[in-house]
Design a protein around this ligand. Structure first.
Ligand code: ADP
Ligand code: ZN
Length: 739
């Protein structure tokens, strides 16, 4: 019986095609092999994604050739792509593309070869140099530069001293230097020297954690460890020693970190322990850099990979461990097809490759905690900080009271303002955090700071730009947005959507603290590739007194001189539309609390909120994780929300609202009869953000204990449904964003 190869063709086609395996290629082709196949009237490149014994089609054509020497896709990584395609209801081609970055697939650049300049012996001869200095001072300064920076490229050297490359070519003729072609690995952090570090002697709680890891590495049990340790409890040290253990067995590791935490500081901790065996796969690397790093891993030159979510597909041979740091982070979820969650893919990859997975967090997700409580994961707790520092004191400021007392809403409450003054006097540093989800959509008067507030709930109302209305998401009350500031004393006509952005906070701070050096860090001010790093370095060097930023500054950064962290707006009331609002707030506050007081001064955290008695805020204040979990899980159970179920969201959007809605209804009609009775289906209903870019948005939500009970009928329904051209749809399995 002939073997049949299933091939996806690199022409963005969402389909597998069957081809015969010719006898001469029988021994060559494997799953993952790149091939050339006849396609229509021409040849096309593709990948083998699997084999079969028979085909539904007749007159199959044979595979023309195996292309390329190496198999770029590891069969196991390919299996992962298949699983993703099935689980997340995403086209296989899409998933294969995801596991194999474009930079590698297309191979546009190859390795970068550059001309390097090396000094010869003559360059060390002081007499010769002296003579040179007289006759050709520019050439002499080239040699000076060369002494400072060995292995510099021709271009760079010429640039450094401001001469043409011909000047340096002249040096070569005189025998002072050699110019050679060499491959450079475009290592993004190559210029940083790292000081080698040795493993710390473990503290008791770390020893216990390490014991579990060792058992997992040696026996495969438990397959997944949830390392629940407060900030500063020594989790990273556990990762490092686990990696060491795994490498001593000749195996490699993947460490996932949230995009935002992939700072040189993080990477250096791994490089200082493992040196050049560490590869970084980061979306901010240039295509060339990514190509080089990927191949370093593929060829086994680097066996530790650090990167954000896509690094979960790194071609590490003989994988021995996957670490997912900050496993609760939502940035592990990709918000485009395939909409995978790297944490869950990591657990799956671990399962497929029989290697243990460590999920680490100071604030684990409800999903992972739930899995731990049900025995699917093993939980290891590290409740104490390595430095025995007390957790900082959290002080809640009720902004409703504040507003009543001051008659207007100030960006900074009096308490926060006083505290900053005090820290400035003591020459300490302050971080101010703006929860972008909070005020961003409320109406604030740019002149007096008045906020459009619900007459019933004294909560800022949400401004809906499309309808020009203010809506209270607590009581549902609506009103037309006023054309001028409602404050009788003010009546400013510019009262319109302005939000309390980081910009405004910065402006206010500059007025109150004219002597302080203030820096604002948000996605607007952080565009250049390494400015994030530059700012953090300046902050560490205390060139900045007050750092203002969004969530971005709350993550895993260590600044011993920061003794006060202020949260400008912790509010959650505005986001009841999202059932994870409480969890997010709790996590954010707990993370932030871990930022203050890492030195010898106990830290202080001041949280401004309109909902001071919300359980999430109260639990965060008491640092009571168990209390929060117990209460939150009851709510999730009652309403059948994740983690007590899986949630699949189907988003529809289009310019004509009626059409979007009707299409949603028609699709639901098709889908409902296919669903088992225990699958909850809701919608279509308008999405919390009803309109984006002139497109109306509706969604259908499905909830059930098993994902397959939803995706299987969905696949069926999608097959038999014709979508109007003007309505676009997305299926989001295990949706994280409900907006
Ligand atoms: P986490 O990752 O949980 O925030 P880290 O691993 O970064 O914690 O540890 C916090 C600090 O304590 C780091 O500076 C680290 O080098 C140090 N540290 C960790 N474990 C030990 C130990 N056993 N002995 C001494 N110092 C340690
Ligand atoms: Zn209200």
């Amino acid at each position: 019986m002939p073997r049949i190869a299933k091939v996806i063709v690199d022409l963005s086609l969402d389909k597998e095609f069957d081809y015969l395996v010719p006898p001469e290629l029988e021994s060559v082709l494997q799953t993952g092999s790149p091939v050339v196949v006849p396609f229509g009237h021409r040849d096309a490149k593709g990948f083998i994604v699997g084999f079969a014994d028979s085909s539904e089609h007749e007159n199959l054509k044979p595979v023309k050739a195996a292309s390329g020497k190496k198999d770029l896709v590891d069969a196991r990584v390919l299996n992962l792509a298949r699983w993703m395609s099935d689980y997340y209801l995403a086209p296989l081609e899409n998933c294969v593309r995801t596991v194999l970055p474009g930079a590698v697939r297309k191979k546009p650049s190859g390795f970068k070869e550059l001309l390097h300049v090396e000094p010869t012996e003559k360059a060390g001869d002081e007499d010769e140099i002296r003579k040179l200095r007289m006759r050709a001072p520019k050439q002499a300064s080239a040699i000076d530069a060369l002494r400072l920076q060995k292995g510099i490229t021709l271009q760079k050297l010429a640039q450094t001293i401001g001469v043409t490359t011909a000047v340096i070519r002249g040096l070569e003729k005189k025998g002072f230097v050699k110019i050679q072609r060499a491959i450079v690995a475009r290592d993004p952090f190559v210029h940083d020297e790292v000081v080698p570090s040795k493993p710390h002697e473990l503290m008791p709680q770390q020893t216990e954690a390490m014991d579990v890891v060792r058992q997992a590495v040696e026996t495969g049990e438990p397959p997944v460890i949830l390392l629940f340790g407060v900030t500063g409890s020594g989790k990273t040290e556990i990762y490092l020693q686990s990696i060491e253990l795994v490498r001593s067995k000749g195996k490699g590791c993947i460490v996932l970190v949230p995009e935002i935490a992939l700072t040189p500081q993080t990477v250096d901790r791994f490089r200082s322990r493992f040196g050049d065996c560490v590869a970084i796969l980061h979306s901010e690397l240039s295509q060339g850099e990514r190509h080089d790093e990927w191949h370093r891993v593929h060829e086994g030159k680097a066996d530790i990979v650090i990167g954000p979510r896509s690094a979960v597909f790194a071609p590490v041979k003989n994988l021995g461990l996957i670490v997912v740091d900050e496993e609760h982070e939502h940035s592990y979820k990709q918000e485009e097809t395939p909409r995978y969650n790297a944490r869950d893919v990591a657990v799956m990859r671990g399962h497929l490759e029989k290697c243990p997975v460590i999920l680490g967090s100071a604030t684990p997700s409800m999903e992972s905690l739930w899995n731990a409580k049900r025995g699917k994961y093993r939980m290891v707790k590290m409740p104490a900080r390595v430095d025995h520092q007390k957790m900082p004191v959290m002080h809640i400021v009720d902004m409703r009271e504040e507003m009543g007392r001051e008659g207007k809403l100030n960006v900074l409450s009096r308490d926060l303002c006083d505290a900053i003054h005090e820290r400035m006097r003591a020459r300490e540093q302050v971080m101010l955090l703006l929860n972008r989800r909070g005020f961003a959509s409320s109406l604030v008067c740019p002149k007096c700071g008045e906020v459009a507030t619900c007459p019933h709930c004294s909560l800022p109302m949400t401004y809906h730009r499309t309808t020009q209305r203010l809506v209270c998401h607590l009581c549902g009350c609506q009103q037309v947005a006023p054309s001028a500031c409602p404050n009788k004393e003010c009546r400013d006509p510019n009262f319109k959507y302005s939000g309390m952005g980081t910009q405004r906070v910065e402006d206010v701070l500059a007025k109150i603290f004219p002597k302080a050096s203030i820096f604002r860090m948000d996605s607007d001010s952080m565009t250049a590739k390494d400015s994030y790093r530059r700012v953090l370095n300046e902050f560490r060097a205390h060139k900045i007194d007050i750092l203002v930023g969004t969530q971005m500054i709350a993550k895993g950064l260590h600044f011993p001189n920061v003794t006060l962290v202020g949260v400008i707006n912790a509010d959650i009331g505005l986001h009841l539309a999202d059932f994870r609002a409480g969890e997010r707030t709790f996590q954010l506050l707990t993370q932030v609390a871990g930022r203050a007081g890492r030195g010898d001064v106990v830290g202080q955290v001041i949280v401004q909120t309109f909902t001071p008695f919300h359980p999430a805020i109260q639990a965060a204040r008491r640092l009571d994780y168990d209390g929060f979990f117990d209460q939150e899980i009851e709510f999730r159970k009652e309403l059948n929300y994740p983690p007590c179920s899986h949630l699949v969201a189907i988003h529809l959007r289009g310019v004509v609202e009626e059409l979007v809605k009707m299409t949603g209804e028609a699709f639901m009609k098709k889908l409902t009869p296919l669903l088992a009775p225990d699958v909850l289906a809701a919608g279509p209903s308008p999405s919390p953000i009803e309109k984006i870019n002139n497109e109306f948005r509706y969604q259908l939500d499905l909830r059930a204990a098993r994902t397959a009970d939803m995706t299987r009928p969905l696949r069926e329904a999608l097959k038999n449904f014709t979508w109007p051209e003007d309505v676009k749809w997305i299926v989001d399995v295990d949706a994280v964003s409900m907006m």
